[in-house]
Design a protein around this ligand. Structure first.
Ligand code: ARG
Length: 459
């Protein structure tokens, strides 16, 4: 009869439902490559301290490579007794190379092993997330560069506020994503801390060279305290938090685009590739891609909150509760990666309706500019704000636009109004006045674009 890896002290069998409850292979097989990589490095470290001969080292490494290849080729056969990726790989190794396989786990515990695998796996996956995020920022910057001529109302409270360039809005979201990119980069040194060599909890009695292990596996440093090394999942929390914030940015931009794609706004049309229809209403074209992006953010936040809840009450070092770190992390990674790719597709293919955006630019969005006009004639802004407000009220009463009010009428509001007030009613001129850093003028958009392009070029 087959025996569990830890079966020595047991006489009774595991309840079958308990086995199912306890196993994590169903999902942690996703880390098969990291597990093999970690074991190969550990084999080398054991050889260096004389636990393995060179011949044994070579045999074990070859065996591990064979196991790794079986996973890669989809040929690894899971046995009913396999508990997790670590026990499955070790079981298979011993089948291939015999009892020598039993030397691999010397001084190692699944506790330092699993923490190492997770970090290795995440570091590898993060490269993909970074790539996705860069791709997303890039399409936003390229669109912004091409579509600088398109003007639209900028909103606060979803009420028309001031004219802006459409590119300015795109770039506003791109800057949020550029902070995400920065934060992701800054997280890496904290993920790349090596737990391997911490043993179950107290440290490694065969004095393996942990700095060698770190170098072998591409870690930047070594966990300095073995208890912390096996029990620390802050890197999981941090990645989940990062994902929650990044998906919040995705969600907020998706919301803008959902609103703009309604018939009522009509500012953009989503490509068919990222829309779906209704099973009942033939005319419908729904922005499902954007709604899913908005919806996913809730799920990712849930993954973060769920794992933090699991993590918060745990006593020191390893507790099996920690196995619950994997599904939220894996699920988050899968969904964030996919979201970034989908969003890139949505943004690069959507159609912008310049004319509709123009139509939405009613003269009232120049009321601030009207007040600013009087400021330039020497009146304090608090007064000009009031005068401009009265002009707005007058236009409303007359059911006309601000530029339909006659000069005589304007002069009744303030004698500082002159013939040149006409020049206020020009949306292009309004956006071009925003020449301070951060403004919506062409020049300041070029500045934003070059800053983001530089960020994309680095690394
Ligand atoms: N599958 C386990 C996990 O994911 C591996 C560690 C098991 N360690 C233990 N002491 N039972 O956390």
């Amino acid at each position: 009869t087959k025996q569990k890896l830890w079966g020595g002290r047991f006489t009774g069998r595991t309840d079958p439902l308990m086995h199912e409850f306890n196993q994590s292979l169903g999902y942690d097989k996703r880390m098969h490559a990291a597990d093999i990589k970690g074991s190969i490095a550990y084999t080398k470290a054991l050889k260096r301290v004389g636990i393995l001969t060179e011949e044994e080292e070579i045999k074990i490494i070859r065996g591990l490579e064979t196991v790794g290849k079986e996973w890669q080729d989809g040929k690894f056969v899971v046995q009913t007794d396999d508990e997790d990726i670590h026990t499955a790989n070790e079981r298979r190794l011993s089948e291939i190379i015999g009892p020598l396989g039993g030397k691999l786990h010397t001084g190692r515990s699944r506790n330092d092993q699993v923490a190492t695998d997770m970090r290795l796996w995440l570091l590898d996956e993060i490269a993909d997330v970074q790539f996705g995020l860069r791709g997303l920022i890039r399409v936003m910057v390229e669109r912004a560069d091409k579509e600088k001529d398109i003007l639209m109302p900028g909103y606060t409270h979803l009420q028309r506020g001031q004219p802006i360039r459409w590119s300015h809005l795109l770039l506003s979201h791109a800057f949020a994503f550029s902070s995400d990119l920065e934060r992701l980069q800054q997280m890496i040194p904290r993920i790349a801390v090596l737990p391997l060599g911490s043993g179950a909890l107290a440290g490694n009695p065969f004095v393996v060279d942990r700095e060698f292990l770190a170098k072998e596996l591409g870690f930047q440093s070594v966990a300095e305290n073995s208890l912390h090394g096996v029990g620390d999942r802050d890197f999981v929390v941090e990645f989940l938090m990062w994902s929650s914030l990044t998906m919040t940015h995705v969600s907020r931009m998706a919301e803008d685009l959902i609103v703009y794609s309604t018939a009522e706004f009509g500012f953009i049309t989503l490509s068919d590739a990222y829309s779906t229809g209704s099973s009942m209403m033939p005319q419908k074209k729904n922005p499902d891609s954007l709604e899913l992006l908005r919806g996913k953010s809730g799920r990712i936040f849930g993954n973060m909150a769920g794992f933090l809840m699991t993590y918060k009450g745990l006593p020191s070092t390893y507790n099996k509760d920690l196995q619950e770190d994997k599904e939220p992390l894996f699920d988050t990674l899968t969904n964030v990666s996919m979201s970034l790719k989908i969003f890139e597709g949505v943004i690069s293919t959507l159609e912008v309706h310049e004319a509709r955006m123009r139509e939405a630019l009613t003269m009232d969005v120049l009321a601030t500019d009207l007040a600013d006009y009087l400021v330039r004639k020497g009146i304090p802004f608090r007064e000009t704000h009031h005068i401009s407000g009265r002009a707005v009220a007058l236009a409303e009463a007359k059911k006309c636009q601000l530029n339909d009010i006659t000069l005589d009428e304007y002069r009744q509001l303030s004698d500082k109004f002159e013939e040149d007030v006409k020049e206020v009613f020009d949306f292009e001129a309004s956006v071009e006045r925003r020449q301070a850093i951060g403004g919506t003028s062409r020049k300041m958009l070029d500045r934003q674009i070059s800053i983001l392009r530089k960020l994309l070029e680095e690394g």
